[in-house]
Ligand binder design. Structure first.
Ligand code: AMP
Length: 529
C-alpha cells in the first residue's frame, strides 16, 4: 500500500505523494489542492469535513470546529486556551484528564479526535485521487510542538486509520521539498508563519542532499489567527464607539466578523485598501431592537500598524535562532518563506530587512510542506535515499528533589537522542524515589511541561550506603520523549508512565472504530449509479 505525506495545518491541510520520480500534490475530492481543517457537526449528528464544513462557519458557529490545532495537546489551564476561546464560537471545556477539549453536540471531543476527522477526509480524498488504499503517512507538525502536541498528533493519525511512519517538522519538510532542486551546499533559514504557529529553522543542505537541521525556534501560538484577532479587535472597538455594543459578545456576529476580517487581511496583501462590510442585520441592538450593519474601511497601513508587534515577535525569534546556531545573519544563503501568512507584504519586508543579502524563496506556501512530507514518506518506504538529521527545540530533564531542573538532553540536540545520568537518593534509608520528567528550557521546573513521573520502590543502597539510580531519557525521531530509571543496587527498571495527558490506547482504538463505522455508513448512504 502507498504512503503519503500530509501537512495537517491549522487552517488547511494538504496531501502529496511521491510517484514516477516526482512529488504530486493530491487534489481533494472537490478538486482543490488543500482541504480546510474544519469539521461541522449538524443538528442531526451528520459530520461534514473540509470545504463544505467551512461554508457552515456562519450558520453553525457552535458546532463548526476550526483551528483545533491551536488546542491539540494543551491543558485547559494553558493561557493560550483562554485566548482561543475568545476567538472561537465553539465552547472549550476541561476534559477529565485536564486537557482542553471541545463541547460537541452530545459529548466532549478531543482535539485529536477532530484532527482525525480532518485526516480521515484527506486520506479518503487521496485514495480517490490515487485509486488505491492508503494506510501509511508522514505527518508534519510545527517544529516547536512539544511532546504532548506530538503525541496528540500521532493519536489523530491512528484514529484516522493511518500508520504514522514519522512525525516531521514543517520547516524541515519544506527544506526537503526544496532540496530536490538544490544547487550547492548552503545554509537555509525556513521562516514558517502559518495560520496558528510560527517556526524558524536553520538548516545546512549539502551538495549530496543531506539535510542537517542546526536549530529550531518558534512559537506555537503566533500565526495568521493572531493577525485576524488584531483586526477583529480594532473593528470591534470602532463598532463599540458607534453603537455601544461589543460585537465579540455575540457568537454569530463574532464568527462573521472573524471571517470578514481574515478575508480583508488577505485582500490587503494585494490592495492598499478595502472595507469590511457586514450588511444589516449584522446585529440587532438596543431596546428598539434596531438592526445595524457593520461597515469598516481599512487600509494596508492600518493593518500593518496593528500587526507590527506580531511581526516583530517573529523577527525576535529569528535572532534567537541565529544565536542558538552560532551564526551571523551574513552566513545565511537563502531564506525560504512558508505558510499562508508570509503572503503579507509587511511580513516579507521585515524578513528581507532582517536577513539582508540572503536570497528569498517563496515556493507555494500552501503545498511545500506536504511535498516535503511526501519525500520523507518515499524515503521511509525505500523509494528514495534522503539523509536527514533534525534537532529537538526543547531540553529534556528531571526535576530534582531540590526542585531544580537537571537537563539530560539540552535544547537543539540532534535527535534521536539518548542520555543516562546517575542520581543518588537524598535521605539515608530511602527505599523509594520519584522521578519527574519535564520538557523545556526554564531553570524553574514549574515553567516546563510535566511529561510524567515514575516511582521506583524497593531500591537497595550500594556498598557505601548510597542508592544510585540511572535515569535514561530518550527522544525518538518523531521528537517524542520517554524515560526509564534503573536502580543499580537491585537492577530494577521502571519505565515512565505518562500521568494524565493524552488519549489512552483504548480510547484511540474506540474512536478509530467509531470513525470507521461512520465512514462505512456514509459510503452506504451514498447512492450509487
Ligand atoms: P497556512 O497555515 O499555511 O495554510 O496559512 C494560513 C494563514 O495564512 C491564514 O491565517 C490565512 O489567513 C493566511 N493567508 C492566506 N493567504 C493570505 C494572504 N494573501 N495574505 C495574508 N495572509 C494570508
Amino acid at each position: 500500500m502507498t504512503a503519503i505525506g500530509i501537512d495537517l495545518g491549522t487552517t488547511n491541510s494538504c496531501a502529496a505523494v511521491w510517484r514516477g520520480g516526482r512529488v504530486d500534490v493530491l487534489k481533494d475530492a472537490e478538486g482543490y489542492p488543500v482541504t480546510p481543517s474544519v469539521v461541522s457537526v449538524r443538528e442531526n449528528g451528520e459530520t461534514i469535513v473540509g470545504r463544505r464544513a467551512a461554508r457552515e462557519l456562519e450558520i453553525n458557529p457552535l458546532h463548526c470546529y476550526r483551528a483545533v490545532k491551536r488546542l491539540i495537546g494543551r491543558r485547559f489551564t494553558d493561557p493560550q486556551v483562554k485566548l482561543t476561546q475568545e476567538t472561537s464560537a465553539f465552547e472549550i471545556q476541561p476534559a477529565e484528564n485536564g486537557e482542553a477539549w471541545i463541547q460537541g453536540r452530545d459529548q466532549l471531543l478531543s482535539p485529536s479526535h477532530i484532527s482525525a476527522m480532518v485526516l480521515a477526509r484527506v486520506k479518503a480524498s487521496a485514495e480517490l485521487a490515487l485509486g488505491k488504499k492508503i494506510d501509511k503517512a508522514v505527518i508534519t507538525v510545527p517544529a516547536f510542538f512539544n511532546d504532548a502536541q506530538r503525541k496528540a498528533t500521532l493519536a489523530a493519525g491512528e484514529i484516522a486509520g493511518l500508520r504514522v511512519l514519522r512525525i516531521i517538522n514543517e520547516p524541515t519538510a519544506a527544506a526537503m521539498a526544496l532540496e530536490l532542486d538544490r544547487e550547492s551546499p548552503q545554509i537555509v533559514a525556513v521562516y514558517d508563519l502559518g495560520g496558528g504557529t510560527f517556526d524558524l529553522s536553520i538548516l545546512r543542505v549539502d551538495a549530496e542532499g543531506e539535510i542537517d537541521v542546526l536549530c529550531s525556534n518558534g512559537d506555537t501560538f503566533l500565526g495568521g489567527e493572531d493577525f485576524d484577532r488584531a483586526l477583529v479587535d480594532h473593528v470591534a472597538e470602532a463598532f463599540i464607539a458607534e453603537h455601544g455594543v461589543d460585537p465579540r459578545g455575540d457568537v454569530l456576529a463574532r464568527a462573521r466578523l472573524k471571517l470578514a476580517a481574515e478575508e480583508a487581511k488577505c485582500e490587503l496583501s494585494e490592495a492598499e485598501q478595502t472595507r469590511i462590510l457586514l450588511p444589516k442585520p449584522f446585529m440587532v441592538i438596543g431596546v428598539e431592537r434596531e438592526p445595524v450593519a457593520l461597515d469598516a474601511p481599512l487600509t494596508r497601513a492600518t493593518l500593518e500598524q496593528l500587526t507590527a508587534p506580531l511581526i516583530a515577535r517573529t523577527i525576535e525569534i529569528c535572532a534567537l535562532a541565529l544565536e542558538d546556531a552560532g551564526l551571523s545573519v551574513g552566513e545565511i544563503d537563502r531564506v525560504v518563506l512558508v505558510g499562508g501568512q508570509t503572503r503579507m507584504p509587511a511580513v516579507q519586508a521585515a524578513v528581507k530587512s532582517f536577513f539582508g543579502r540572503a536570497t528569498m524563496l517563496a515556493p507555494d506556501p500552501d503545498q511545500i510542506v506536504a511535498r516535503g512530507a511526501a519525500v520523507m514518506a518515499a524515503a521511509l518506504t525505500g523509494q528514495l535515499a534522503v539523509e536527514l538529521s533534525d534537532v529537538t527545540p526543547f531540553a529534556l530533564g528531571v526535576q530534582s528533589a531540590r526542585d531544580e531542573m537537571i537537563n539530560l538532553i539540552p535544547a537543539q540536540h540532534k535527535i534521536p537522542a539518548r542520555k543516562t545520568v546517575a542520581f543518588t537518593t537524598v535521605v539515608p534509608d530511602q527505599d523509594a524515589v520519584t522521578v519527574r520528567l519535564r520538557q523545556g528550557g526554564s531553570e524553574d521546573p514549574r515553567d516546563n511541561l510535566a511529561l510524567g513521573r515514575f516511582d521506583l520502590d524497593g531500591v537497595r543502597p550500594g556498598r557505601d550506603g548510597r542508592v544510585i539510580i540511572d535515569v535514561t531519557a530518550d527522544i525518538d525521531a518523531d521528537g517524542v520523549m520517554t524515560a526509564s530509571a534503573r536502580d543499580r543496587g537491585s537492577g530494577r527498571v521502571q519505565n515512565l508512565t505518562v500521568e494524565t495527558m493524552g488519549l489512552s490506547p483504548r480510547a484511540i482504538e474506540r474512536l478509530a472504530k467509531q470513525l470507521r463505522t461512520r465512514a462505512r455508513e456514509a459510503a452506504e448512504e451514498t447512492p450509487r449509479l
